[in-house]
Design a protein around this ligand. Structure first.
Ligand code: PEP
Ligand code: MG
Length: 746
């Protein structure tokens, strides 16, 4: 019985292949497929429904339903049985369709005489393309073999669609990968870029779907799997020590040796598929399960399995090896996700980055930000839609990707870029000016940095120094803990490049979203409120001591500024300070030169520190408000959570009042205060911060120009009055009033 089903399935595949090879036009091919399928499955009806747009399905070809309903009958996603198959991605097998849940009768098709219904989704690697249906008068449920056979036809259809087989005059489908596509994602680094797609992992297109000789296909699969196992073992040998990577590779190894996985692919070959089509069918099933999986761990494992299938497909088809291939001009990188190390390897040659997943706080986002490369994350379907070399425009400001844009979009986008370029020219012209407001207040503008690659910006941006050097980036982009000598050399190079300008080194700020690949990840219920930054530094002082020593050596007699992150109470600061004193004593004993001047500060990132005792304010040599963290704790709104992270305005009256109180506390004790969160780089926010008394702001290099440009044109006394008036009037945010003030500027 099984053998008969297998030979039927192979026969059908053979006939489908002939259709593919024929010179027929797109519509004709679809018609032939419905005819062949109905014939082979012994049903009166076979119909193909394809997506017209994201929400609408259209009957594109049929054998058995009324021909005049082709291209006329349409249904919404979720509507009727066909719509339900499309929405859920699940098979519907009903002996008595009219009484099945959700059935919708479509009189123009003449389907009322058919009782049984079998519908399977047409999808390619998780991307929904349509629904394939067979119907018959006889009221019966279809067997598992019949379902499988129809699924294989659906898969062939999807592959043919990918290859453009249904395109042409009067065709049902538009050519794939040729139309303009707009994808809305999320901004992770602002800026705009125009360029050409570079797929980090190029897609594999299976052209050879049908296997005539199953024995040969079995051998090909076995050899490829063997190759895969060897390559995973090799990767494993190189990766030893790098725990995260080892974990993934172990999952790979487990799957590569899994009998179930291999058996399912072998069964696909037995039914007539080529080895690569057999892998892809299995991969499609995995993706469908992935879409349904709600458990994060399971989803991750399915993702590993998906990666593994990709590797196997590349071995089988010989496609996707980019070694030696040249990046296109103005490359825009597209990936599902990318590690910080890989991203750094591409470096500044990239014009933009588009990630299908990713998160604002991911290491890749941190690196993209450091490199000032526009980054859009959560760009759904980008990997399915984009081909290597496609023209693309990335709007990092809006989180939008225009893939293969039409002329109107190109025109509008280039205008926007030209305006930005003009603004840049304007900023360049004030680069060497100090940020002195109309009322004569001087605001110090520093830049944030984290990589050696950032340092050239110190000169270009007009920043006075580095107000925040995030040292964790050096730890995040490596696969092993850096050595003290390496760190000392790097910090020394940073100080060299700064040419005497002040650099504030923040000690290692890990934990929460920043997990080092080589440190055991803690399973914490709420990492943002967990074991992070100074808490880790004090509990496990080894790394902190090593870092302090590296900093002292790097300074080699020059002035040095060190700042501790996430200090929540006075004792944490004094304990960290004691570590510095110990490190100095040690260096002295060893005969090393000590910094000519040493200042030790703290970041104010938790509301608790705003209320710390006066002694703390007197002792700490400077404070820097980490507005990103402070704001999330002030409003109890996770900075990583898309649902809430934009919910509260920085210019909210309560928050500004809170900041103003901190400014006043610092004034009372003469404690130098700065602000180094993202808001310092947003001109309107920066203006308000300056108006409530902050005289030092540290921001991304690209923000220095726009912030300075605005400050030069404003009178802080007026802005302060606007803020206080809005507050007295009971406004929730001072933003509308400040915007009104700005509109009044000449
Ligand atoms: C902040 O919290 O504002 C800050 C500057 O630190 P990070 O963004 O690195 O947490
Ligand atoms: Mg912080």
């Amino acid at each position: 019985m099984v053998e008969r089903a297998e030979s039927e399935s192979r026969k059908l595949l053979g006939r489908l292949r002939d259709t593919m090879a024929s010179q027929a036009a797109g519509q004709e091919r679809l018609d032939q497929i419905t005819h062949l399928t109905a014939d082979s499955m012994g049903t009166e009806v076979c119909s193909i429904y394809l997506f017209r747009d994201d929400e609408t399905l259209e009957l594109c070809a049929t054998q058995g339903l009324k021909p005049e309903s082709v291209h006329e009958t349409r249904m919404k996603l979720g509507e009727g049985l066909v719509g339900r198959v499309a929405r859920t991605g699940k098979v519907i097998n009903a002996a008595d369709a009219p009484s099945a849940k959700g059935f919708r009768y479509m009189p123009e098709t003449g389907e009322e005489i058919y009782s049984s219904f079998l519908g399977v989704p047409i999808q390619r690697l998780g991307e929904k393309l349509g629904v394939l249906v067979v119907q018959s008068k006889e009221a019966r449920e279809f067997s598992a073999d019949e379902i499988y056979a129809l699924e294989v036809v659906a898969m062939v259809l999807a592959e043919m669609a990918e290859l453009g087989a249904f395109v042409g005059e009067g065709a049902a489908l538009q050519a794939r990968h040729t139309q303009p596509v707009l994808i809305r994602g999320v901004t992770a680094q602002e800026g705009t870029a125009e360029g050409y797609i570079w797929l980090h992992e190029p897609r594999v297109v299976v052209t050879n779907l049908v296997g005539d000789d199953p024995a040969k296909e079995h051998t090909r699969l076995t050899e490829a799997v063997e190759n895969l196992r060897v390559s995973v073992d090799q990767l494993m040998a190189v990766a030893s020590g790098d725990t995260e990577q080892v974990q993934v590779l172990e999952a790979y190894r487990m799957f590569a040796n899994s009998k179930g996985w291999l058996r399912r692919m072998e069964e696909n070959i037995d039914r007539g598929l080529s080895a690569e089509a057999a892998v892809e069918k299995e991969q499609s099933d995995v993706r469908a399960r992935m879409l349904q999986a709600t458990d994060a761990y399971l989803r991750e494992r399915l993702q590993d399995l998906d990666d593994l299938s990709n590797r196997l497909l590349r071995i089988l088809t010989g496609q996707g090896n980019q070694t030696g291939a040249e990046l296109p001009e103005n490359p825009i990188l597209v990936a599902r996700n990318i590690g910080p190390g890989e991203l750094l390897e591409y470096g500044r040659q990239l014009r933009g980055i588009i990630l299908e997943e990713g998160s604002v706080g991911s290491h890749a986002a941190i690196v993209a930000r450091a490199l000032a490369i526009p980054l859009v994350i959560n760009a759904k379907r980008i990997q399915n839609e984009a081909l290597n070399g496609d023209h693309v425009m990335v709007d990092g400001d809006q989180g939008i990707v225009h893939l293969r844009p039409d002329d109107t979009v190109v025109g509008a986008f280039r205008d926007k870029m030209a305006m930005q370029a003009k603004a840049l020219e304007r900023y360049a012209s004030i680069r060497d000016k100090q940020a002195v407001t109309l009322c004569g207040k001087m605001i110090r503008l520093d830049m944030n940095a984290g990589l050696m690659a950032d340092l050239p910006s110190l000169e270009n941006s007009g920043a006075e120094g580095v107000g925040l050097f995030r040292t964790e980036l050096q730890f995040l982009v490596r696969s092993q803990m850096p050595k003290r000598t390496e760190l000392a050399a790097l910090y020394a190079r940073v100080l060299d490049a700064a040419k005497g300008k002040r650099v504030v080194f923040r000690t290692l700020d890990i934990g929460s979203d920043k997990v080092l690949p080589y440190m055991k990840a803690q399973d914490e219920p709420n990492p943002a409120l967990g074991w992070r930054a100074i808490r880790v530094g004090l509990d496990k002082p080894g790394v902190m001591r090593m870092q302090l020593q590296a900093l002292l050596r790097a300074a080699n007699g020059r002035p040095l500024s060190i700042m501790f992150p996430f200090v929540a109470q006075y004792e944490e600061y004094s304990a960290a300070r004691a570590e510095v004193d110990k490190a100095i004593a040690r260096e002295k004993k060893l005969g090393h030169i000590l910094p000519e001047k040493l200042e030790i500060g703290a970041m104010l990132e938790t509301p608790s520190l705003a209320f710390a005792c006066k002694k703390f304010y007197e002792e700490v040599e400077f404070l820097s408000i980490g507005g990103n963290d402070l704001k999330q704790f002030f409003f109890a709104a996770d900075r990583e959570n898309e649902l809430v992270r934009r919910r509260y305005d920085t210019l909210n009256v309560s928050f500004l009042t809170f900041l103003e109180d901190i400014v006043n506390r610092c004034k009372a004790t003469g404690t130098p205060l700065s602000f180094c969160g993202e808001d310092a780089g947003r001109p309107v926010e920066a203006l308000c911060l300056a108006a409530i008394g902050l005289t030092s702001l540290s921001m991304r290099p690209a923000s220095v120009g726009p912030v300075k440009h605005l400050l030069l044109r404003c009178n802080l006394d007026d802005v302060r009055k606007v803020i206080h008036d809005a507050r007295d009037a009971g406004e929730q945010s001072v933003r509308p009033a400040v915007m009104e003030y700005l509109r009044g500027l000449s």
